[in-house]
Design a protein around this ligand. Structure first.
Ligand code: SAH
Length: 460
C-alpha cells in the first residue's frame, strides 16, 4: 500500500487552492462541499467562485504568506514552477499538500469519489492511472444507485437505538445485514421511509427474535468452481460461518465471504460416526448464536453426503435451513472424463453405490450390480477394489468388463486409470491413484477413447 486512505474532516477549516482556472475551481468546489472555507489565490479568479460566501479570493501570484492559518493546500496552476514552490513551502510548514496530476510533489493525493453521502466510496490507483481509477468509479456508479444515500441516512438515524437494543456486536452486524438485505431496505430505496421505520421498530421490539440463525446445506460439486450453482454462490457470499470438509476444493472455499469464519471438519476414512454427531451439534450451536451457517459439502449433499442426518438434527431443534443441490461426483466425473453414464448401445440404467467397507466387508447386492447393460458407479470404493472386481466376476459379469478409476474428477489433477475387472486391481496397485476417486464400471467406459479427446479437460 503506497498511501493511507483516510477521510479528513475539513468543516470550517481554512484550505488554500492556488490556481483560478477550471481545475482550481473544481477542487475548490469539492472542498466547499465538504464544508471547508477556501482561500483561492490566482492572478485571475472565476467570478462565480469568488462570489461564494465561504471563499476568500486573493487576486495575486502565490506567496508564502498565503499559507498563514491554512490546514490543507491544493496547487492547481498550469505552471510547474509555481506548483513546486507551493509544495515546498507547504511541506516546510507540515501542511498537507496536493499538486494536481503531479504525485511527486504531493504529500497526499485525492481519490476519485462516488458520493452517496453519508456513504462515500473513494478510488485511487496511487497516481498510477487516473483514467483506470475513473473507469472503476464508473462501473461502481451503476452498482451503487443514487438512493443508497437515503439508505445510509436511514441507518444513521437508527444507529444508536439499535446499538442500545442489540448489545452483542456479532448479532448487531447480522441485524443490519438483514435490514439491508431485506424488505426494509427496499422500502427506504423506494422512498417509503414511514413503513420502513415502522418495520424496524417492530423488529427491535421483538427482542428474542431479533436475529435468527439459519443453516444452508450447500452442494459444492466435485471440485471445479465453474460447476457451482448461482444459489450456492449467493449463499456462500452471505454466510457468517463456513463449515467444510476435505472434499471441498480450495478454490471453492476461497470463494466464500472474505470475512466469514471458516471451520474445517475434515473427515477421515473409517472415522465418521463420532465426527458426524459433532458436526450436527456444531451446526446447531452456531445457528443458535444467530449466525448464518454455510455447511459446504462436496458434490450433492443428499448423495452419500449424510446431509439427511444433518438436517434431521436441525429440524429437531427448530432451526431454519435450506438445502442446495450440487453436481454429484458421478455426473461431474463422467462428463469431464468423457464417459456417458447411460448410452443406447451400452447401458439403459445406472446405479450409484458406496463401496465403503464395514468391518472389512463390502455389503452390496451383487446380484443386482452384476446385471448386463448397466453402469455401476462406486463412491468411496478404492479400498475395496479387489473385492469389488472379484465379486462382480463371481456373480456373472465377464472379466473383460471395462472399468475406470477417476482421480480428482473435474479438477486440474484429474487422472483416469482404466482396464477390465480382471486387470484393474493390479494396474491400480502400480499407478496409486490419489483420493478422492470414483469407480465406473460398464461398457460406457470404452466410449472414453472416442469422446474424451474432444473434451477441454482431457488430462492425458
Ligand atoms: N456427496 C458427494 C459424495 C460424498 S462421498 C457427491 O455427491 O459427490 C465421497 C466420495 O465421493 C469419494 O470417496 C469419491 O468416491 C467421490 N468423489 C467426490 N468428489 C470426487 C471427485 N472430484 N473425483 C472423484 N471422486 C469424487
Amino acid at each position: 500500500m503506497d498511501f493511507l486512505p483516510i477521510f479528513a474532516n475539513v468543516k470550517n477549516t481554512l484550505c488554500l487552492v492556488v490556481g483560478g482556472g477550471s481545475v482550481g475551481a473544481r477542487k475548490a468546489g469539492v472542498l466547499l462541499e465538504a464544508g471547508a472555507k477556501v482561500r483561492v489565490v490566482a492572478p485571475e479568479i472565476d467570478a462565480e467562485l469568488a462570489a461564494h460566501r465561504a471563499v476568500e479570493a486573493v487576486i495575486a501570484r502565490f506567496e508564502a504568506t498565503h499559507l498563514d492559518g491554512v490546514k490543507l493546500v491544493i496547487a492547481a496552476t498550469n505552471d510547474r514552477e509555481v506548483n513546486k514552490q507551493v509544495s515546498a513551502q507547504a511541506q516546510a510548514r507540515n501542511i498537507p499538500v496536493n499538486v494536481v496530476d503531479d504525485p511527486e510533489l504531493c504529500s497526499f493525493i485525492m481519490p476519485a469519489i462516488l458520493d452517496r453521502s453519508p456513504l462515500m466510496v473513494a478510488f485511487s490507483s496511487g497516481g498510477a492511472s487516473p483514467v483506470l481509477t475513473r473507469m472503476m468509479r464508473g462501473k461502481m456508479e451503476t452498482v451503487i444507485p443514487q438512493n443508497y444515500s437515503r439508505l445510509a441516512g436511514f441507518a444513521e438515524r437508527f444507529r444508536t437505538a439499535v446499538k442500545q437494543r442489540v448489545t452483542n456486536p456479532a448479532k448487531r452486524r447480522i441485524f443490519w445485514e438483514n435490514v439491508f438485505d431485506g424488505v426494509i431496505a427496499e422500502k427506504v430505496l423506494t422512498g417509503d421511509e414511514a413503513s420502513a421505520e415502522a418495520m424496524l421498530e417492530q423488529m427491535l421490539a421483538d427482542e428474542d427474535n431479533i436475529v435468527r440463525g439459519e443453516v444452508y446445506l450447500v452442494g459444492a460439486g466435485p471440485g471445479d468452481p465453474d460447476l457451482l450453482t448461482f444459489r450456492a454462490l449467493r449463499l456462500m457470499q452471505k454466510a457468517d460461518v463456513v463449515v467444510y470438509d476435505n472434499l471441498v476444493s480450495k478454490p471453492i472455499v476461497d470463494m466464500t465471504r472474505r470475512d466469514a469464519e471458516r471451520i474445517f471438519v475434515g473427515k477421515k476414512r473409517n472415522d465418521h460416526t463420532l465426527q458426524q454427531e459433532e458436526i450436527n451439534l456444531l451446526l446447531v450451536r452456531l445457528a443458535k448464536e444467530g449466525k448464518r451457517v454455510l455447511r459446504l459439502k462436496g458434490g450433492d449433499p443428499f448423495i452419500f453426503g449424510r446431509g439427511g442426518e444433518e438436517i434431521e438434527t436441525l429440524a429437531a431443534e427448530g432451526i431454519a435451513f435450506q438445502v442446495v443441490p450440487g453436481i454429484t461426483a458421478a455426473s461431474g466425473v463422467a462428463s469431464y472424463a468423457g464417459i456417458p453414464l447411460t448410452h443406447r448401445d451400452h447401458a439403459q440404467s445406472c446405479v450409484f453405490v458406496t463401496g465403503h467397507l464395514k468391518d472389512g466387508t463390502m455389503n452390496l447386492d451383487w446380484e443386482q450390480l452384476a446385471r448386463p447393460r448397466q453402469t455401476v458407479v462406486v463412491y468411496m470404493g478404492l479400498h475395496g477394489l479387489d473385492t469389488l472386481c472379484g465379486k462382480l466376476i463371481e456373480h456373472g459379469l465377464p472379466d473383460t468388463t471395462p472399468i475406470a478409476i477417476v482421480q480428482h474428477g473435474t479438477q486440474p489433477t484429474q487422472r483416469v486409470i482404466s482396464g477390465t475387472l480382471a486387470t484393474l486391481p493390479e494396474i491400480a496397485e502400480r499407478e496409486k491413484p490419489q483420493a478422492p476417486t470414483l469407480i465406473i464400471i460398464g461398457g460406457v467406459v470404452t466410449l472414453r477413447d472416442k469422446l474424451a479427446w474432444f473434451h477441454p479437460q482431457r488430462s492425458e
